[in-house]
Design a protein around this ligand. Structure first.
Ligand code: SAH
Ligand code: AVI
Length: 324
């Protein structure tokens, strides 16, 4: 088995402090909100993996189809020695890149980074035993924080798959692209998965599957607040809503209170009131147009070199080079 190391950038106390700050800010706002990263404790990561298998959620299948055919070209063009993956989760589709990189002969090291320690440790264990020749260095960290301590030898390929870029607000997105660019040298690479704008019916169904897995994933954030901050949310008293915002071209996941409620959150020193019908925004999932992706990457110092879509044109993977 290959060498495995997991580096944890923040301890449990620091994570709880960060959650407390986010809860105090988001749940006292006029329109309540919570950052989507808090959806991913061990249960949330498992629920996300189940979402990727429901018939309505097309992004994972579409991106997998793209990577299946494009991975050899990605390995060839980049000659990657290190693959860094931000928000790697189970790393299921990543194996297509690992296969291509090892077959090409350049890949030596894999650095998956995720905020979910459980998802990360399961995936590094599995990948390390499947790819004994690779060095695997897992990092438990928040990719919205500085990325400068990421290990790896050039040329590196930083992959950000799944359409997770859509979970940022536009200003956060620009900051994130610049942050990735700042850790790469000229001539290194960025592989980005972006879900594309399409009809509202397909999008809403993808975020409101018939089996209710996405609804449970959404409610999981309340369980995280109960577990980490001793809150007394009744998740069943909140309805899952997937709202397509036509102006911003994003899906907004919300949790809507089914009745008036007062919730105490001792770990954040807060009491929060909900009117019936009031909601918390728990995630945005922006959908993209090709020109905007190219322009945003260019603004951050990347030149887009390749653009692949699945046969149905639902999802795109782009490969960009860090320019001087
Ligand atoms: N890349 C995988 C998983 C996507 S789900 C795929 O394409 O299927 C989003 C992943 O990003 C989850 O594993 C979640 O734990 C992680 N994540 C979300 N916010 C994060 C943050 N701020 N920092 C690091 N990881 C984060
Ligand atoms: C991780 N991210 C890209 C998913 C998405 O599609 O925005 C999270 C998700 N939310 C609901 N379903 C899936």
């Amino acid at each position: 088995m290959s060498e495995v190391r997991i580096d944890v950038h923040r301890d449990a106390t620091e994570v709880t402090q960060a959650l407390r700050r986010d809860v105090r800010e988001g749940l006292t706002a006029d329109v309540k909100w919570l950052p989507s990263k808090w959806l991913y404790d061990a249960r949330g990561s498992e629920l996300f993996d189940r979402i990727t298998t429901v018939p309505e959620y097309y992004p994972t299948r579409a991106e997998r189809a793209i990577l299946r055919s494009a991975a050899p070209e990605i390995a060839e063009v980049t000659g990657m020695r290190t693959l860094v993956e931000l928000g790697s989760g189970s790393g299921e589709k990543t194996r297509l890149l690992l296969d291509a990189g090892t077959e090409h002969g350049s890949l030596r090291r894999f650095v998956p980074l995720d905020v979910s320690a459980s998802a990360l440790s399961a995936s590094v264990d599995a990948i390390a035993s499947e790819y004994p020749a690779l060095r695997v260095d897992g990092v438990v960290a928040d990719f919205t924080e500085p990325l400068d301590s990421l290990p790896g030898t050039a040329p590196r390929l930083v992959a950000f798959l799944g359409g997770t870029i859509g979970n940022f607000l536009p200003a956060e997105r620009a900051k994130f692209f610049s942050s990735v660019r700042s850790v790469l040298g000229e001539g290194e690479w960025f592989l980005l998965g972006t879900d594309l704008v399409k009809d509202a019916g397909t999008l809403v169904a993808a975020y409101d599957d018939a089996e209710g897995v996405t609804a449970e994933f959404n409610r999981n954030v309340l369980r995280v607040l109960n577990d980490r901050l001793g809150a007394d949310f009744d998740p069943a008293a909140f309805e899952h809503v997937a709202h397509w915002d036509d102006r911003h071209e994003w899906i907004e996941m919300r949790l809507r209170a089914l009745r008036p409620m007062t919730v105490t959150i001792p770990g954040a020193g807060l009491t929060v009131r909900f009117a019936e019908g009031e909601y918390v925004r728990t995630e945005i999932s922006a959908k993209f147009r090709p020109d905007a992706v190219r322009a945003e990457l260019a603004d951050a110092g990347f030149t887009l070199r390749h653009w692949w879509t699945d046969p149905e044109g639902r999802f795109a993977v782009s490969l960009s080079e860090a320019r001087a």
